[in-house]
Design a protein around this ligand. Structure first.
Ligand code: SF4
Length: 320
């Protein structure tokens, strides 16, 4: 399959009163057409900032974003307009991302009006109705307001809005984490069906690695702005090469009350993301840390076909 999106050494730094915050630091990955990349990490690891850089909601500090073989990270706002239709975003909290003063139909119609996608109000109404059908929202809810609906329906509005411009690529930023578990499954199923039907490509951001297990082709684990592991989804779960990935998987809930897992909770101090010292950013929490870990940055290397990890002690820890 063809490459749809690629980042090359992408960086996003924020100047703060306390120093430079390295939110995204040298992140490179590829997403092929029709595939899903799961981006996983704790809150504050830079995954949402990365998603926003990809769709140009943030300007990048350095590095490149390529979309359909064109470098887009430095296009002017005007030149980026065509790509804006193709690249959409679904947000974590559907309630705060929807205008409370607009009805369901107005919210879904807004991007169609801005981008002049419909010739007249009849066509606009028809398109809004079709989008509501596509995401499983009953048409009788068209004049309801977001506060009158539950979280699952609100997220369906967010998805309909994202689909309104016929995008090819969608950044899904924690789209199910604010929802009840049963609703999460419905929304995930809907997103998978839409992906197949409309040949969508997803970058799916989440703090819960088990959410992306079945929907991702590849999983990228981030820690403090950097990529620590990148591999096909089954391999991440099978080999879990990086110590941080092991900890994330140990912390993931098991949906069976009779099964117990031996947990090794993460201990130690979290390194400040501001003005980072040399060495591995995970060193202060890592049970495998050795001298080298505190002095030089581990680079992302391929240890199995298609399986990359950034750790000085990968061979030793995994007995490779
Ligand atoms: Fe742990 Fe060292 Fe590997 Fe970092 S480089 S994850 S500190 S073993």
């Amino acid at each position: 399959m063809k490459k749809l999106l690629e980042t090359r050494n992408l960086k996003k730094y924020f100047r703060t009163p306390r120093g430079m915050l390295y939110a995204v630091d040298n992140v490179s990955f590829v997403i092929k057409e029709g595939e899903t990349l799961g981006v996983v990490g704790e809150s504050g690891c830079g995954k949402s900032t990365l998603g926003r850089c990809v769709v140009r909601l943030h300007d990048v500090t350095d590095g490149q974003v390529w979309y359909k073989e064109k470098e887009i990270s430095r296009l002017s706002r005007k030149d980026f307009r065509d790509y804006r239709r193709d690249m959409q975003m679904i947000f974590q909290d559907p309630f705060s991302s929807l205008n409370p003063r607009m009805s369901v139909s107005q919210i879904i119609a807004e991007p169609l009006i801005i981008h002049k996608m419909c010739a007249n109000s009849f066509e606009l109404g028809r398109k809004v109705g079709e989008l509501m059908d596509t995401v499983g929202l009953a048409r009788r809810l068209a004049s309801s307001y977001p506060h009158e609906l539950d979280g699952g329906r609100r997220q369906r509005i967010g998805i309909a809005r994202a689909l309104s411009l016929n995008p090819r690529f969608i950044v899904c930023d924690e789209p199910v984490s604010a929802l009840d578990v049963s609703i999460q499954a419905q929304i995930l199923n809907l997103m998978q069906d839409l992906q197949e039907e409309l040949r969508l490509t997803y970058m799916f951001i989440t703090h819960n690695i088990s959410v992306v297990k079945h929907i991702s082709n590849n999983i990228m684990v981030m820690y403090m702005g950097t990529v620590v592991e990148l591999a096909p989804s089954p391999d991440v779960f099978r080999y879990r090469m990086h110590p941080y990935t092991k900890a994330l998987l140990d912390a993931a809930p098991i949906p069976d009350p009779d099964k117990k897992r031996r947990r090794e909770p993460l201990k130690g101090e979290i390194t400040s993301p501001i003005d980072l010292p040399a060495g591995c950013r995970f060193a202060k929490r890592c049970v495998y840390a050795s001298g080298e870990c505190f002095s030089s940055d581990p680079l992302l290397k391929e240890y199995r076909p298609g399986h990359f990890t950034a750790c000085h002690n990968t061979e030793k820890i995994n007995e490779l």
